[in-house]
Ligand binder design. Structure first.
Ligand SMILES: Cc1cc2nc3c(=O)[nH]c(=O)nc-3n(C[C@H](O)[C@H](O)[C@H](O)COP(=O)(O)O)c2cc1C
Length: 338
């Protein structure tokens, strides 16, 4: 049992939005004695309610992960210019370039209402913090709160809000970096040092995430003061994961996709994924601008997924992707425990 009460295993299933973390994967993690986090990002409140109901057929022990909406301004002219730059890819695919969509709250108010009506034991946040009133509502409903942080300053800010624990995410993590301010270039401090620094600064319980692929690493992070470790990439090929076939195939083809890179090219926010033609061609000069850039590339990515075209798809993966293997989530999580 971790001090946070997140299952019996020290290795947790990190939330992975966009398909990989299915309700089945989340339930399988909890059933294995680990703990699963259901991603709410990109889902409407109604879809989240359906996902939660599917998990609750198996267990009530679940966390829900929310994207905190970001309404900080960004350079719209740069995003519009990027639209022109990627337009030839749309032309080649035979689909129309979408009009810019400048804001999107990811259905945040309705999802918060849902979680107040149907509380879960844990709510985690990425891309920032909720306001104090929202944090209070969720806490009064019975949830404990976890903030994803990428440095000591974000950890201190989260502690001031009174969160119960921190997910400390390093640059090796697959998918988006949770950095509060999307304009900032995220740091490259190794996970072990981040954990030590955040523990020293806040004393809060810490879940460490980013590039973890083996039990030795888990042991070292626990030794450094983490309560638990969360893995995402290691679960991308799990039987229960909803990773798209084209993404699975790319992960299993190291000759063609040998490495990962951090990029803004697909979404306007820094994320780590397999280097492919789109990231190589467009990341240099790709603007800051989540979620506008996400919406700008979404139809192209949907086309790519439907047409088995990995070079136009965001193939999120962490720096440890070469270690991943298929199998049951229970076995993958178990193999990472020291
Ligand atoms: C495909 C994918 C989707 C992700 N989606 C989310 C998400 O919705 N919310 C979140 O907080 N983190 C998300 N992450 C980051 C993970 O929660 C976690 O921090 C990361 O996977 C840990 O590093 P690892 O991938 O090296 O194990 C995602 C990661 C991946 C690979």
């Amino acid at each position: 049992m971790t001090g946070l009460g997140l299952g019996g295993l020290p290795v947790l299933a990190a939330p992975m939005a966009g398909g990989p973390s299915t309700p089945q994967l989340v339930a399988a993690a909890t059933a294995a004695g680990s703990y699963g986090f259901l991603p709410a990002g990109y889902r409407s409140a109604e879809q989240l309610a359906g996902d939660l109901a599917a998990v609750r057929e198996h267990t009530d022990d679940v966390g829900v992960n929310l994207f905190v909406p970001d309404d900080a301004p960004f350079d719209r002219a740069a995003v519009t210019a990027y639209r022109d730059r990627i337009a030839p890819e749309y032309e080649r695919a035979g689909i129309a370039v979408p009009e810019p969509r400048w804001s999107d709250d990811d259905d945040w108010p309705a999802k918060v209402d849902l979680l107040v009506e149907q509380p879960v034991p844990w709510v985690s946040f990425t891309f920032g913090l909720p306001d104090a009133a929202t944090a209070d509502r969720l806490r009064r409903a019975g949830s404990r709160l976890l903030a994803t942080v990428t440095d000591v300053d974000e950890a201190r800010e989260s502690a001031a809000l009174g969160v119960d624990g921190l997910v400390v995410q390093s640059q090796d993590a697959g998918g988006h970096r949770g950095t509060f301010d999307q304009h900032r270039t995220p740091n490259d401090v190794p996970l072990l040092d981040l954990v030590t620094g955040v523990r020293a600064a806040t004393g809060l319980p810490v879940v460490a995430a980013g590039g973890v692929t083996g039990a030795d690493q888990v042991a070292a992070l626990l030794e450094a003061g983490a309560e638990a470790v969360a893995v995402g990439t290691m679960l991308l090929l799990a039987d229960e994961a909803g990773t798209r076939p084209v993404h699975r195939a790319a992960l299993a083809a190291p000759d063609r996709f040998p490495g990962t890179v951090t990029m803004r090219a697909f979404t306007g926010r820094v994320a780590r994924g397999l280097r492919n033609r789109f990231s190589t061609t467009y990341d240099d000069g790709a603007p800051v601008g989540y979620p506008a850039v996400h919406h700008l590339t979404a139809p192209l990515r949907a086309w790519a997924a439907a047409n088995d075209e990995p070079d136009l798809l965001h193939l999120w993966a962490g720096a440890g992707h070469r270690a991943i293997r298929p199998g049951a989530a229970r076995d993958i999580l178990g193999s990472l425990c020291p």
